[in-house]
Ligand binder design. Structure first.
Ligand code: UD1
Ligand code: CA
Length: 457
């Protein structure tokens, strides 16, 4: 049967007290709405419509690479009104539409699949995803008749004292038969305490038409709606442990899962060991047998097998096999570091390539450079890539030895098999096989201390 999905994401999210639309707040590094879209797409539902209104431009921009369509809700008159705004999307379609909210990111693929099957198998016109919770405050309540059949949903603010005691809550996620939904959507009104068009009222309307309506119960964790920063942190905690558990099941050692922050789309190979305080973000791939000692941030980078990283920041870069990075190194975007390289303490690399086995052990800046293999950088080398106006390139051939405290003024080429004397400021090309010395000659003034009368003995 044809399946489509709608995500409600036009609300402001007042309780977040934020300039950012609520659905763009992130859980484990991914916007809540994108989390919902990605989970729906994993269920092989391709036809997804997002209802936007508040911060529509921002929400559209943040979701634009996900191949979805949009409906605009100009004024936020309630969840029922929001769904009406997707009429153009639904018109002419048959089959099931599953409805989600952009502020409930913890729903899983297996639950969505189970939910849709349950709806279809039972021939319901509408099915509600519900949960039994200890504290139903704020949620709509599922009201059942004496036979246990769903009768209606009543919003918290509209509940009688009896209804307030019901602890089966509406998740805000539903399956509808598109035909019956479209036929009855216009019957919604705003005669309630919040003067809003509630989507929840559609249940009672469909019942009154004699249609069968069902509900399926799932774990509270999956339907958690995020309305405040406190709930956002709770969702983060749940998602973090879920993500970490998957990696551990795949053979990754995570020493302290509560203090390890791995983005939803990060991939990690087996036998990698991760110490506390690591933050792995974006599309990062960590391959097998790596050791990430405490407190690094790695974003959108590829880390090959056997790499060791300690207390460092690596952004949008690639690190080759068995290389060690840190402690306290900073690898900036577009860097490509080879195999068995050593990037030591207080080394900054920006937009540079470094060949295999090269050692940059301490206190060095490498920017806009192409460096060969088997080179050695002394302590305190600076590539002077910027003249205050433009950035220039530096090329260093294989097997070069750069002494301590050297400035390489770009644009410059140091050919292979060269030595640069410590303390040199190099401004001219160094040919292969040469030693370059570019510093003032030393002169000793004999007995100078005594002559000046500065002797302390
Ligand atoms: C809603 C349900 C409630 C359910 C709860 C689950 C209604 C009337 N109530 O309440 O039964 O228990 O979700 O979390 O549906 N939105 C729009 N346009 C609007 C209003 C809301 O797009 O005009 C979107 C919001 O962006 C949000 C979602 O709909 O993603 C839910 O809205 P929200 O205001 O959070 O509803 P709740 O009060 O939580
Ligand atoms: Ca909500």
């Amino acid at each position: 049967m044809y399946q489509s999905a709608i995500i409600l994401a036009a609300g402001k999210g007042k309780r977040m007290k934020s300039k950012l639309p609520k659905v763009l707040h992130k859980v484990c590094g991914k916007e809540m709405v994108n989390q919902v879209i990605d989970t729906i797409k994993k269920c092989d539902i391709e036809d997804v419509n997002l209802i936007i209104g508040n911060g529509a431009e921002e929400v559209e921009k943040a979701t634009k690479d996900r191949n979805i369509t949009y409906s605009i809700q100009e004024e936020q008159l309630g969840t029922g009104h929001a769904l009406k705004c997707s009429r153009n999307f639904l018109e002419g379609k048959v089959g099931v539409v599953a409805v989600f909210t952009g502020d409930a990111p913890l729903i899983t693929e297996s639950t969505i699949r189970k939910f849709i099957h349950y709806h279809i198998d039972n021939g319901f016109k509408a099915t509600i995803l519900t949960s039994l919770v200890d504290d139903p405050t704020g949620y709509g309540r599922i009201i059942r008749n004496e036979n246990g059949e769903v009768e209606k949903i009543v919003e918290h603010k509209d509940c009688t004292l009896e209804e307030l005691k019901v602890n089966e809550i509406n998740s805000g996620m539903y399956c509808f038969e598109i035909k019956e939904l479209l036929e009855n959507l216009d019957k919604l009104n705003n005669n309630n305490s919040q003067k809003e068009y509630y989507l929840t009222d559609i249940i009672e309307i469909l019942k009154s038409m004699g249609y069968r309506v069902g509900a399926i119960n799932v774990d509270e964790e999956e339907v958690k709606g995020i309305n405040s920063r406190v709930q956002l942190a709770e969702a983060e905690e749940i998602m973090k442990l879920r993500v970490n558990n998957i990696h551990m099941e795949n053979g990754v050692t995570i020493i302290d899962p509560k203090n390890t922050y791995i983005g939803i789309d990060v991939q990690i190979g087996s036998d990698t060991v991760i110490y506390p305080g690591n933050i792995l973000e974006g599309k990062t791939i960590i391959k097998e047998g790596c050791t990430l000692y405490a407190n690094s941030r790695i974003k959108d980078s590829i880390i090959e097998d056997g790499v060791t990283v300690q207390n460092s920041v690596i952004l949008e870069s690639k690190i080759g096999k068995n290389t060690t990075v840190g402690p306290f190194a900073y690898i900036r975007p577009e860097s490509n570091i080879g195999e068995s390289v050593r990037i030591g303490d207080f080394v900054e690399v920006k937009k540079s390539t470094i060949g295999n086995n090269t050692k940059v052990s301490h206190l060095t800046y490498i920017g806009d450079a192409e460096i060969g293999k088997d080179c050695n950088f002394g302590c305190g080398t600076v590539i002077v890539n910027y003249d205050g106006k433009n950035k220039y390139k530096t090329i260093i051939g294989d097997n070069s030895f750069i002494g301590c405290n050297v400035n390489l003024v770009s644009p410059i080429e140091i050919e292979s098999n060269t030595y640069i004397a410590a303390g040199s400021t190099i401004t001219k090309k160094v040919p292969s096989g040469a030693l370059a010395v570019a510093r003032a000659k030393q002169s000793n003034k004999e007995n100078w201390v005594k002559i000046k009368g500065l002797n302390k003995e």
